[in-house]
Design a protein around this ligand. Structure first.
Ligand code: PYC
Length: 315
C-alpha cells in the first residue's frame, strides 16, 4: 500500500491539497523541472490526489520541491483535474498556511518559486497573506469571439500567471443561483476561443474564462466574478491569477490607479483585495493580492495496488 500524506486547506472556499510526504522527489532543483518530472513520469500523483474517489474537480494540488533559486523558501507545482497550472494564487496562499501549520515559516516575507515565476508572499500575524504576483498585463482589448448559441461576445485577453478572457456584463447574471448557466456559457466561450484560434501572447492557450458583474446585495466589493478553470470546475475563490489579470486590465484602461484597492468578490461572495504597482517595462504591473487560507484536514491517502481506481477515475 502506497501512503501519501496531504494537508488540505481552502482559500476563499477554493480547496488546495498540499503533498507533504510519500511523493517521488524531483531529481532536479526548480519548479519547472519538477513540473516536467511530474508530467512525464509521475502524472499518477495528480490523478490519485485530485480525481474521484479521493478528490473532486475543484481541488488544486500542490507538489513542493527544492527551488532552483536559493532565495526562495520552497518551490511549488500546481495541478488540477486535467493538467498543470502555470500559477495559482489561492493555492500559493494555501501553501503558505500549510507551511505555517507545519511550523516551517513565521510572519514575514517568503519567496516561492512556481512554474510561472517567483512570487513573494507576506504572512501577517493574523494569518492574512499578501502575494506580490509575477508581472501581469493586458494583451488585447475588446476581442470579439462568436460564441455558438450566445452570439458575439467581447472581452479582454490578459495574463496574470495564466491566460484569461475577461467578460464584463454579458451572458448570464453573475450570481450563485446561475452557476450551471454560467458554466455552460463560459465553457462555450472557452471552446469558441480555441476553435477560432484566439490565443494569448506566444500562442498561449486561454484556459480560464472570467465573467464579471456588479456585486450582489450584501457583498461589499467592486465587482463579483465567475471563473471557469481548465477542467470545467469553477473557482470558489475570486481567483488570484484572475484578479491579477483584472488588475492589469483596470490599470491599462486607467480605471484604477497604482496603490488603490480593488475588492474582488467570487461567485460565492468571498473576497480578495487587490492593488498593483506599475512596472517600468511596457504596460506591465505587479499585482498584489491579499487573502487568507484555513487548514481543514491532515490526511494519509492510501493507494492499494489491487484497487482498479487507485489512481482515480478517468484521466
Ligand atoms: O487563485 O490563481 C488562482 C487560481 C487559479 C485556478 C484556481 N485558482
Amino acid at each position: 500500500m502506497k501512503k501519501i500524506r496531504v494537508i488540505d486547506s481552502h482559500t476563499g472556499g477554493e480547496p488546495t491539497r498540499v503533498v507533504i510526504d510519500g511523493a517521488p522527489t524531483s531529481p532536479e532543483k526548480g519548479a519547472l523541472a519538477a513540473r516536467d518530472f511530474l508530467t512525464t513520469e509521475h502524472d499518477w500523483l495528480r490523478r490519485a490526489l485530485i480525481l474521484e474517489p479521493r478528490g473532486f474537480e475543484a481541488i488544486v494540488g500542490a507538489y513542493l520541491c527544492e527551488p532552483a533559486d536559493s532565495t526562495c523558501v520552497i518551490g511549488a507545482v500546481f495541478f488540477n483535474n486535467v493538467s498543470y497550472l502555470n500559477g495559482c494564487l489561492h493555492a500559493t496562499i494555501g501553501v503558505v498556511q500549510t507551511l505555517v501549520h507545519l511550523g516551517k515559516i513565521s510572519p514575514g516575507d517568503h519567496r516561492i518559486e512556481t512554474p510561472s515565476g517567483i512570487v513573494t508572499a507576506t504572512l501577517a500575524d493574523d494569518g492574512t497573506v499578501t502575494v506580490k504576483n509575477i508581472p501581469s498585463y493586458r494583451f488585447r482589448e475588446n476581442q470579439v469571439v462568436e460564441v455558438p448559441g450566445y452570439g458575439p461576445i467581447t472581452g479582454d485577453i490578459a495574463w496574470g500567471g495564466n491566460w484569461f478572457f475577461l467578460i464584463q456584463d454579458q451572458g448570464p447574471e453573475v450570481r450563485f443561483s446561475e452557476i450551471e448557466e454560467l458554466t455552460r456559457f463560459t465553457s462555450a466561450v472557452m471552446e469558441a476561443l480555441e476553435d477560432q484560434k484566439i490565443r494569448g501572447a506566444y500562442g498561449g492557450e486561454i484556459d480560464h474564462i472570467e465573467s464579471f458583474g456588479p456585486p450582489q446585495e450584501g457583498v461589499e466589493a467592486d465587482s463579483q466574478n465567475f471563473v471557469l478553470c481548465p477542467g470545467k470546475a469553477y473557482d470558489r475563490s475570486p481567483c488570484g491569477t484572475g484578479t491579477s489579470a483584472k488588475l492589469a486590465c483596470l490599470a491599462a484602461s486607467g480605471t484604477l490607479a497604482e496603490g488603490e484597492t480593488w475588492r474582488q468578490a467570487s461567485i460565492i461572495g468571498t473576497i480578495f483585495e487587490g492593488s498593483f504597482i506599475n512596472l517600468p517595462e511596457g504596460k506591465k504591473i505587479t499585482p498584489v493580492i491579499q487573502g487568507k487560507a484555513y487548514i481543514i484536514a491532515e490526511s494519509t491517502l492510501l493507494l492499494d495496488p489491487s484497487d482498479p481506481f487507485q489512481f482515480g477515475i478517468g484521466s
